[in-house]
Write a protein that binds this ligand. Sequence first.
Ligand code: ATP
Ligand code: MG
Length: 423
Amino acid sequence: FDEIDAICKQRGSMAGSTGVHDTVVNQLLSKIDGVEQLNNILVIGMTNRPDLIDEALLRPGRMEVKMEIGLPDEKGRIQILHIHTAKMRQHDLLTRDVDIKELAVETKNYSGAELEGLVRAAQSTAMNRHIKASNTVEVNIETAEKLQVCRLDFLGSLNNDIKPAFGTNQEDYASYIMNGIIRWGDPVSAVLEDGELLVQQTKNSDRTPLVSVLLEGPPNSGKTALAAKISEDSQFPFIKICSPDKMIGHSEIAKCQAIKKIFEDAYKSQLSCVVVDDIERLLDYVPIGPRFSNLVLQALLVLLKKPPPKGRKLLIIGTTSRKDVLQEMEMLDAFSTTVHIPNISSGEQLVDALELLGSFQDAERASIAKAVKGRGLWIGIKKLLMLIEMSVQMDPGYRVSKFLSLLKEEGARSSTSSKFAVI
Ligand code: ATP
Ligand code: MG
């Protein structure tokens, strides 16, 4: 039975159905192991969604053995690639520089079908080189005789054509760090070091298969970027960012399911990292009221504490700018540690940041340095980037004064409106 979930859905689960479906399931159940037993018949069912199948079908006597076909590991990928390139090798269609081992390393998270697709895509890339594009498109017969698939064809299709459906999507988290991470002071290095330690702990410790860390800090301090950076540096095969911006307008239940899906995918990989961004947004928290979605809260609480299946490891990185709210919701205890992300808080750090960003001329920076020297400051890196971009739009002569006045305004605003401003 291929795709057995199509015929054996949980009985009673189809709203408004006529009951025909349930009858079918009943019939199958009684045929496999009913009053009259089936003997000497091997029944194999296949599915992507074991959760949808009626439990009665899975009990002993019916389909009692469950086998999970996971993603191939590196050794498996070498074998699969060998199988799909065997014919090509036989007919001398591969150049010598094609290194199956190297390809296997590069194809983290690829499934068997995707590896096959990769080989096919490399073939058509090679084919393209022999196509004469004149008035009509035709194959250049003379060169096509010697058609061979080379390493670059494989690498080309690896980067452009075939992406694994499951696992890390580099574009996914690259957008959160598009401005890069600048180390404007010790606090940033400290955070990245802590992150590195947690990554190592997840990888190496057998006692703690689940490590969770909460990055908390004032708004605009760069939490999301740092979380994405830590997960990128971890080089784990599975990295997913669970971000509220992908769930705008979702109902509570849809949100819970989306979050659950991300975690369930993570459980399938040996080493995974899940970033839960902006937790208070995920929870639909509003300070007036104060209101939040209890359904999502409960789902997160359970998922944050649930260890991955045996042999798998999971790192969870949460970010929030409302630690106090999470404390009240008793979510802080669900994380194994919290790391504080600070704002830029002194003139020296600000000058360092400006230098690293390379956004003003040396002379301009010197005058900014003089103006902010020794002054207390309190500004998030994201806000700072914004102020810089605003002031460099001005004529060169006015940039510095514009920047300083923006900075002052920002300081005044944050000290009146934000509860984080006064420390
Ligand atoms: P919000 O409170 O709105 O969620 P945030 O704290 O998540 O904001 P980010 O969205 O991470 O802030 O924005 C930080 C920006 O600053 C990113 O564009 C990032 O590339 C840039 N950046 C540069 N240097 C650093 C750094 N040292 N740490 C963090 N972010 C940095
Ligand atoms: Mg953020």
